[in-house]
Design a protein around this ligand. Structure first.
Ligand code: GAL
Length: 898
């Protein structure tokens, strides 16, 4: 029952909507952000410490430090915001009382009659920083670490909606899926509440402050601190915002918990608990009836229910909540399991609350029936099948679209990862958009859902540690309650490389507190906290259910090429952890931290399999590019080759998660003058780096493929040694240069690549013939192209929905007369569009490119560029897109919007 927003949200009750309405507030928000040097209002959540030093580009594995004490007399709104956390604080004595008074009531921006017509009109999800411009240079207000974009600052959003007499008896809520950060909300001039953690979803009860029959004015203040993140956080209302109307007696927020047990092909027991809130003043008597329906892959609900769970009538006093439990056996259940060997079958439970035989609320929960088992010598077992983690870490941003969540953009990320052979995602290091988990549920990935990058000790001056004392518990409980019914989530990760690894028993005590909270919320999944420093004998290592290692498994700075570096140094630690914790699953929650720029090959090429990137050794400080020979890493990292070999040699390890699947905004190790990372296997625009094929060759052994690197356009290298490397799912390959064999080679045990390191460059054709078990298996060819003559378009989808949300990702190639991509082309491209659509953003995957994303001018980067098209809402038709460049034949493509 979703409805798109409109200027005034006027919703007439229809019989089917009597029980509950969820209205998406997406259109016609008004937005204002204070300019960089402008004095803002003083409606602050809390006083912040001075930023003493903020080393942008400090090594990701630097030791976190303790919080700074703050003394201040300033008036803060925190006491009015804290009560929003109460439903997620277990001990009533710890819950917060709202103080008297109504701060901000007389401030202009919260008034209904304030004229916001000069404010910018925006659609939510909205990321206030993504259009830039990028900050350039050393000492910029926002450096490379946070992506050089203007995410810090204070901004306001205003929206209004109308309620009618029909809403008189209802409970009215505002559900914010994510606001970056320190959101504080006023309705009709009343401060309602808020939530500081920018990645959290939260609900505010608007009921006490609503007006019927006239506009209700919502005003949201968002305050994003500088130096608060190790990556790009985005800014503003960057996830969906909903207005929810219910009967005063209704299923509470995230009020259902569904689990399954006794699972076989024949039957499964599904258990359900429902929390019912009675917001009325009277004691009521209610019962529940939950019908469970199969859902197909297109989200179509089966006509008849597979089972029903009915609970007895109970009495709930006014202003109280109660929980009811029930269970049922489903025959011949369709199990949820990850692809490729299983199917991600799902169900939807429709929970009706009945009062005197009448349905007064109806609430849907999507879930899956699956049996999770963790084996210390293998890892994850889903429905009896061993699922080895072929995983990636993903940050929350969507490249040129920034943090503003978009389902199609996230789906595209997952589709490309799947093509590589990925089956598992670690959501580094914060709760995702809810729709992302709907995608992983539906597409059959397994997920490690992670909440924190810091606890009490800080990594950046103004990060989450500032609010940890009051918000750790509510954030953790809210996170688990929100995501617990998602079948793709197989593990909760409560922290990443936290500073408490360094604080012995104190750190472990804090960890244990968080572990206990997680267990109170959910016992069906194991917990983890990733460790890059804690050793088997340190107290923190013993606290969580699994051993979750970042980089330590394959060893940190322990290969010869790393011998000269300072910092954490360890031998490969899988064996020591396995010995210390023989009953715990071990996983490589982060590995690699390899770096490269798509299509850039630098010489000479390291003759080992893993080396730290340095200027002149894999990295070019002038162009800010890193070699795509895929051998170079962050100082604490290891190449893909080394990681995969190490995992293969420790078969009890449950698999691992690459740092990172896609490139992301911020953290551009090793070049902090750039804007986005070099870690991705896929670049920021969604183009595959050579590493993609390395992993594909190892993770999809039955998929015949071979891939050659580098490209073969080297006029300046004629007669020079130019190494050629091949990734193949075969076990052997022969390389030919202009028809001459350069030798047939066999993959050594545990090796990920075949290499011909002494090839002398001459233009022409490089061809590889791969073999498996002696038989021809796959071929690949790279040729020296002609000069660039034209441009060519390839849209990922030629038909999109005219809903103002759906996207087409259009690739532009610079090609020669034979249509071959010219691999070093960097032409300036200019885009134009006609028809009912818009160019939302352009990109080329170059981490060092500081042209703002909305620009219609963009240089190709090594032959490629990307343009992202959105159709106008409610205006179907033909969108024609053109691209031109000097000296090249232009390209045109038509995209249908329906
Ligand atoms: C890890 C950290 C990640 C990322 C990565 C690469 O230490 O957990 O968030 O920073 O290094 O630098």
């Amino acid at each position: 029952m979703e409805q798109a927003g409109s200027e005034i949200h006027k919703v007439e009750d229809q019989p089917s909507q009597l029980t509950r309405q969820r209205i998406l507030l997406s259109d016609n928000w008004r937005f204002y952000k204070y300019a960089d040097n402008q004095v803002t209002d003083s409606l602050i959540y809390d006083v912040r410490p001075e930023i003493e030093s903020d080393e942008d580009g400090k090594a990701a594995d630097a030791k976190p430090t303790e919080a700074v004490d703050i003394v201040s007399e300033a008036f803060v709104l925190k006491p009015w915001i804290l009560p929003t956390a109460n439903p997620f604080i277990d001990d009533p004595a710890q819950q917060h009382q709202r103080p008297e008074g109504n701060p901000g009531a007389d401030f202009a921006f919260v008034q209904g009659d304030f004229d916001d017509s000069q404010w910018q009109q925006v659609q939510v999800p909205h990321d206030w920083a993504i259009s830039g411009p990028f900050y350039v240079g050393h000492n910029a207000p926002v450096g490379g670490g946070m992506g050089r974009l203007p995410s810090p600052g204070v901004g306001w959003y205003r929206q209004h909606f109308e309620l009618t007499a029909a809403d008189a008896e209802k409970s009215i809520f505002l559900d914010i899926d994510g606001a970056m950060s320190y959101a504080m909300v006023w309705l009709n001039g009343h401060l309602v509440g808020g939530w500081p953690y920018g990645y959290a979803s939260f609900r505010l009860d608007l009921t006490p402050y609503i007006k019927l029959g006239e506009a209700n004015q919502l005003a949201i203040r968002i305050d994003n601190p500088p130096a608060s993140s190790r990556w790009y956080p985005g800014g503003g209302l960057y996830r969906n915002v909903w207005l929810t109307k219910t009967n005063p007696v209704h299923v509470g927020q995230w009020g259902t918990a569904i689990s399954s047990s006794d699972i076989s092909e024949k039957s499964a027991k599904v258990s359900l608990s429902v929390t019912i809130d009675n917001d009325s003043a009277q004691t009521i008597e209610v019962s529940t009836q939950t019908n469970i329906y199969a859902l197909d892959m297109d989200d179509v609900v089966a006509k008849s229910a597979s089972a029903t769970i009915a609970t007895d009538a109970i009495l709930i006093d006014g202003g109280q909540s109660s929980r009811v439990d029930g269970s049922v056996v489903i025959n011949n259940p369709k199990l949820w399991g990850p692809l490729p060997n299983q199917q991600p079958n799902r169900y939807v439970a429709v929970t009706n609350i009945l009062q005197a035989g009448k349905v007064i609320d109806s609430y849907e929960t999507r879930f899956g029936i699956r049996e999770l088992h963790f084996d210390a010598n293998k890892g994850l077992i889903v429905n009896g099948e061993h699922i080895y983690f072929q995983g990636v870490n993903q940050h929350h941003d969507l490249g040129a679209l920034g943090a503003a969540f978009n389902v199609r953009a996230a789906q595209r990320q997952l589709e490309l990862l799947r093509e590589m052979g990925v089956n598992a995602i670690r959501l580094a290091h914060n709760p995702p958009a809810v729709e992302l988990l709907e995608l992983t549920d539906k597409m059959g990935f397994v997920v490690i859902d992670e909440i924190f990058d810091v606890w009490e000790r800080k990594k950046t001056p103004l990060d989450f540690h500032l609010i940890f004392p009051e918000w750790a518990e509510p954030d953790l409980r809210a996170f688990i309650r929100r995501d617990r019914n998602s079948p793709s989530v197989v593990m909760w990760s409560i922290g990443n490389e936290v500073g408490e690894q360094y604080t012995g028993a104190d750190g472990a005590k804090l960890a244990q507190r968080l572990q206990n909270i997680a267990k109170q919320e959910d016992t069906s999944r194991p917990t983890a906290a990733s460790m890059n420093f804690a050793k088997p004998d340190m107290p923190l290592s013993a606290v969580f259910d699994t051993v979750s290692l970042n980089y330590q498994g394959e060893g940190i700075r322990n290969a010869p090429a790393y011998a000269h570096l300072q910092g954490i140094r360890t031998a490969p630690l899988y064996p020591a952890f396995h010995q210390a914790f023989p009953n715990k699953v071990i996983m490589s929650s982060e590995n690699a931290a390899a770096v490269s720029s798509r299509g850039e090959y630098l010489f000479p090429v390291n003759d080992g399999v893993s080396a730290p990137v340095a200027d002149g050794a894999g990295g070019d400080p002038e162009s800010l590019q890193v070699s795509a020979y895929e051998l170079y890493t962050a100082p604490f990292g290891s190449s893909a080759d080394k990681v995969l070999a190490s995992l293969a040699q420790h078969p009890y390890v449950s698999g691992g998660f690459i740092w990172s699947g896609w490139d992301y905004l911020g953290e551009p190790t090793p070049y902090y003058l750039a804007r986005s990372s070099y870690f991705g296997v896929i670049d920021l625009a969604g183009f595959k780096k050579d590493r993609f094929y390395l992993y594909q060759s190892m993770w999809r052994p039955d998929f015949p493929m071979a891939h050659i690197l580098p490209h073969w356009n080297w006029p300046e290298r004629i007669g020079k040694i130019t190494p050629v490397h091949v990734f193949t799912s075969g076990d052997e390959a022969e390389l030919f240069l202009n028809g001459r064999s350069l030798g047939r080679k066999q993959k050594a045990e545990f090796a990920a690549r075949l290499r011909w390191d002494d090839v002398v460059y001459e233009p022409g054709e490089l061809k590889v013939q791969a073999y498996k078990l002696g038989k021809p298996w796959a071929e690949n060819k790279v040729v020296t192209t002609g000069a660039a003559t034209a441009l060519a378009f390839t849209p990922d989808r030629a038909e999109i929905n005219a809903d103002g949300v759906d996207l087409s990702f259009v690739t532009v190639k610079v090609v020669d007369k034979d249509g071959l991509m010219v691999p070093r082309a960097k032409h300036q491209l200019s885009f134009s569009l006609q028809g009912p659509g818009e160019i939302v953003a352009t990109d080329n995957g170059d981490s060092a490119n500081l042209v703002a994303f909305p620009s219609h001018q963009r240089a190709a980067f090594n032959g490629l560029a990307l343009v992202i098209i959105k159709a106008k809402k409610g205006e179907p038709g033909n969108i024609s897109l053109s691209v031109e460049a000097e000296g090249l034949e232009a390209a045109h493509v038509s995209i249908t919007s329906k």
